[in-house]
Design a protein around this ligand. Structure first.
Ligand code: C2O
Ligand code: CU
Length: 543
C-alpha cells in the first residue's frame, strides 16, 4: 500500500462555471477540485490550507468510512470544529474499499460554493473488476445558484423565511450554461461566449468502452443523466458492485455515485449530447449539457440534433423502479444479519419552530452544538449537549403522512442517538406531507462512517409487521446514500461497528442546514486520542 499525499489551498476566486461570474471556493484554483486517486489499502493524506480569509471550513470524504480515524470525517460540529482562516490541517485516512466516492465542504451550506471533487479508489494490482472497460472517467453533477451561500443561509434562517428557489443551472463536471440574455447584466458578469463555460467534453475513441463514474453533489435537485443514442449499463453504486442493468437514463440523487459502462459504438462521424435534467421537483432549471465527442471530431462541435428531452420530472414510478432494480452483484453479495437489535423509525417532516421553518426527525430538529459531538462524548462533557435522548419512533397510529400535520410545531435539540457498539440497527425512513397541501419531496439520506443494506422501500406508511416480512435479505445492495420517495419509506440496516460519532442526514443542503439529520454514537470510548486540529472551538479548546 502506498501513501497518496495532496497539498491543497482553499480560497475564493471569481469564476464563471455557467457563464455567470460569482465567488467560488476553489482548491488549487479548481472547482471541482483535484480528483483523489488511490488504490485499495492506500493511505490518503490531504494537507489543506484555509485561504478563505474570513471563513472557516471542513471537508468531508463522502463514502470513506474512516475506520479508526473518526476525527478525519470532516463534518463540522459532529466530528470537528471548523478550520479557521490561515490554518493548515491534515486529514489522513485509509482508502479501505474500492469504488467511486466524492469529497465536499461540510460546514453550513458551503458545499454550494463549489468546494467539491471526486475520489476514485481502484483495486489492488492483479485484482480485476467483474466488468471490462478501456478507460475510466469521473463525471460530477451539480446544481448551481448565483446567490452566495451566506445570502441563502440568511434567508433560510430569517422571518419571513426566504426559500433558495430552484437553481439557475445544472453543471456537468463544473460547467453549465446560463442564458445571460434572460437578464440584463454587463458582459463582464454574464457572457455566454466566455470559454470558462464552454460545455464539458467527454472525448471517446470509436469502438472503445468507458467506465463513467457519475456522482451527484447537488444542493437540491434530483437528476437524470443520459447520453444521446447510447445505453448505459449500471455496474457500481456507492462503491459496491451491483447486478448489471441497462438504462437509457440514470436517476441520481445528491450524495449518490454510480459507475456505468458505455460503449462508443454509434456513428462516429458526429458528436452526441450528454444531458442532465431536474427530476422530482417541478423543474425551473434548464438541462445541463455536455458533449460526448467521438474522435477525431472537433470536441466543441455541437451535435447536429436537439438534446434529448429528459424524463417526465414527476414519474415517481419510474424513479422507484430504478431503485428496485438495484441488487448486489452475484459473487459480491454481503449478506446482512438476519435480524436487528434495535429498530428506529424516523418520520421526517417540515415544521415550524418559533415561526422559523425547519425540518425534523420524529419531531426533533437537529441543532448544532458549540462543542462537536465527537469531542463532547469522547471527553464526557455532559453539559456540551442536550441529554434527553431523541425518540426511537413516532406516533405511527395517529400520524397522517398524507396530509399537512395539524400541529406543525417541532422542537430542536443537540441530543443524539447512542447505539450499542457492534449491534445491528434498522432505520426506517418515513416520508410525509410537507407544510404545503398534497406535497412531499424526495430526500436522499446519507450515513457517515458506514455502509448500509437497503432492505426495501415502498410508497405509503411503513407497516412494521407486514413490510418487515418483505425485506430483501438475500441480495440487498449496500450504499451510503439512498433516496426516500415522496410519501414513501425506505428501510436500512447497518452494523454499529465503527467507533465514533456519525452524521446521518438528508443530503440536500437547505434541509440539513434546517435540522434534517441526526447523529449516531457507538463505541466512542474506543476512539483513540483526538488530534488537536479538530479541537479549536467550544469546550474542546485547550483540552
Ligand atoms: Cu456528502 Cu454528510 O455528506
Ligand atoms: Cu431533504
Amino acid at each position: 500500500a502506498k501513501i497518496r499525499e495532496y497539498n491543497w489551498e482553499v480560497k475564493y476566486e471569481y469564476k464563471s462555471p455557467d457563464c455567470f461570474r460569482k465567488q467560488v471556493i476553489t482548491i488549487n484554483g479548481l472547482s471541482p477540485g483535484p480528483t483523489i486517486l488511490a488504490q485499495q489499502g492506500d493511505t490518503v493524506i490531504v494537507n489543506v490550507k484555509n485561504k478563505l480569509i474570513t471563513e472557516s471550513f471542513a471537508i468531508h470524504w463522502h463514502g470513506i468510512r474512516q475506520r479508526g480515524t473518526p476525527w478525519s470525517d470532516g463534518t463540522a460540529w459532529v466530528t470537528q470544529c471548523p478550520i479557521g482562516p490561515g490554518d493548515t490541517v491534515t486529514y489522513e485516512f485509509k482508502a479501505d474499499r474500492p469504488g467511486t466516492y466524492v469529497y465536499h465542504a461540510h460546514y453550513g451550506m458551503q458545499r454550494t460554493a463549489g468546494l467539491y471533487g471526486s475520489i476514485q479508489v481502484s483495486l489492488p494490482d492483479g485484482v480485476e473488476e467483474p466488468f471490462a472497460y478501456d478507460f475510466d472517467q469521473s463525471i460530477l453533477l451539480n446544481d448551481w445558484y448565483h446567490q452566495s451561500t451566506s445570502a441563502q443561509a440568511t434567508g433560510l434562517t430569517s422571518i419571513p423565511y426566504m426559500w433558495v428557489g430552484e437553481p439557475q443551472s445544472l453543471l456537468i463536471q463544473g460547467k453549465g450554461k446560463f442564458n445571460c440574455s434572460s437578464v440584463t447584466l454587463p458582459t463582464n458578469i454574464c457572457n455566454t461566449t466566455n470559454p470558462e463555460c464552454s460545455p464539458y467534453v467527454i472525448t471517446v475513441i470509436p469502438g472503445k468502452t468507458y467506465r463513467l463514474r457519475i456522482a451527484s453533489l447537488t444542493a437540491l435537485s434530483a437528476l437524470s443523466f443520459q447520453i444521446e443514442g447510447h445505453k448505459m449499463t449500471v455496474v457500481e453504486a456507492d462503491g459496491y458492485n451491483v447486478e448489471p442493468f441497462e438504462v437509457d437514463k440514470l436517476y441520481i440523487y445528491s450524495g449518490e455515485t454510480y459507475s456505468v459502462i458505455v460503449k462508443a459504438d454509434r456513428d462516429p462521424s458526429r458528436n452526441y449530447w450528454a444531458t442532465t435534467n431536474v427530476i422530482s421537483r417541478h423543474p425551473n432549471t434548464p438541462p445541463g449539457l455536455a458533449i460526448f465527442n467521438y474522435e477525431p471530431n472537433e470536441p466543441q462541435q455541437s451535435p447536429p440534433t436537439v438534446p434529448p428531452a429528459g424524463p417526465v420530472w414527476n414519474d415517481t414510478a419510474d424513479q422507484f423502479a430504478q431503485s428496485q432494480a438495484l441488487k448486489a452483484r452475484q459473487g459480491y453479495i454481503h449478506t446482512p444479519p438476519p435480524t436487528s437489535d434495535r429498530t428506529l423509525v424516523f418520520l421526517t417532516t417540515q415544521n415550524t419552530i418559533n415561526g422559523y421553518t425547519r425540518w425534523a426527525v420524529n419531531n426533533v430538529s437537529l441543532d448544532t452544538p458549540e462543542t462537536p459531538f465527537l469531542i463532547a462524548l469522547k471527553y464526557n462533557l455532559p453539559n456540551a449537549m442536550d441529554q434527553t435522548p431523541p425518540p426511537d419512533t413516532y406516533d405511527s397510529l395517529n400520524y397522517d403522512i398524507n396530509n399537512v400535520a395539524k400541529n406543525k410545531n417541532a422542537t430542536s435539540s443537540t441530543a443524539i442517538y447512542r447505539l450499542k457498539f457492534n449491534t445491528t440497527v434498522d432505520v426506517i425512513m418515513q416520508n410525509a406531507n410537507t407544510m404545503k397541501i398534497s406535497h412531499s419531496e424526495t430526500h436522499p439520506w446519507h450515513l457517515h462512517g458506514h455502509d448500509f443494506w437497503v432492505l426495501g422501500n415502498g410508497i405509503g406508511k411503513f407497516d412494521l409487521k407486514e413490510d418487515t416480512k418483505k425485506f430483501n435479505l438475500v441480495n440487498p445492495v449496500m450504499k451510503n446514500t439512498v433516496p426516500v420517495f415522496p410519501f414513501g419509506w425506505t428501510a436500512l440496516r447497518f452494523q454499529a461497528d465503527n467507533p465514533g460519532v456519525w452524521a446521518f442526514h438528508c443530503h440536500l443542503e437547505p434541509h440539513f442546514y434546517l435540522g434534517m439529520g441526526v447523529a449516531f454514537e457507538a463505541g466512542v470510548e474506543k476512539v483513540g486520542k483526538l488530534p488537536s486540529f479538530i479541537m479549536g472551538c467550544g469546550q474542546g479548546r485547550g483540552l
